[in-house]
Design a binder for this molecule. Sequence first.
Ligand SMILES: Cc1cc2nc3c(=O)[nH]c(=O)nc-3n(C[C@H](O)[C@H](O)[C@H](O)COP(=O)(O)O)c2cc1C
Length: 184
Amino acid sequence: MSGAVAMSTCASAGAAGPDEDGARALRRALGRYPTGVTIVTTRSADGRAVGLTVNSFASLSLAPPLLLWSLANRSPNLRAFRGATHFAIHVLAAGQEALARRFADPRVADKFDGVALRRDGAVEAVPLIEGAIAGFVCASRDAIEAGDHTLFIGRVEQHWSDDGAPLVFHGGGFGRIATEAHHG
Ligand SMILES: Cc1cc2nc3c(=O)[nH]c(=O)nc-3n(C[C@H](O)[C@H](O)[C@H](O)COP(=O)(O)O)c2cc1C
């Protein structure tokens, strides 16, 4: 690729962040980075199962085992996650796109309606979704407000993993890995 692609500057946008065009350009640039897709779940203080689709997930530390993800501060579920002792992160399989869309849709009243849950989800009754290719049950360790999101850091208490291709998010759309990655 040539060096002719125009450079956008965020620094001039001030503390409030970029304007509408600037925000679109920033989202487009961020969207070039492919990610997996997860669903993060917890249980609210009043016993409700809570969950949403998340691609801000990343591993943070191996010893101790720490993970992170971030939640928009305007989420109606911010209070539930801030108050919870535990949450679970599910890495979705390539065949779970419909589930990813369901858990990203604020119009769905009960996202868990008809969703199969694992029966071994005993840790603080955090709901565990069936069919994910990996899962991490975490004790919530930190919740740090940063800009318009809150960064959650969890310590892994339980995890599982399974074979199978991951669901991928890239350029604003869902996809799959075309060829299996080569290892070492
Ligand atoms: C692929 C994908 C990744 C997403 N990642 C995040 C994320 O990391 N953090 C976040 O707050 N919302 C993220 N969202 C948006 C939420 O899933 C969406 O706003 C959802 O409705 C939030 O649920 P709630 O309104 O019940 O909190 C993502 C959506 C999609 C489709």
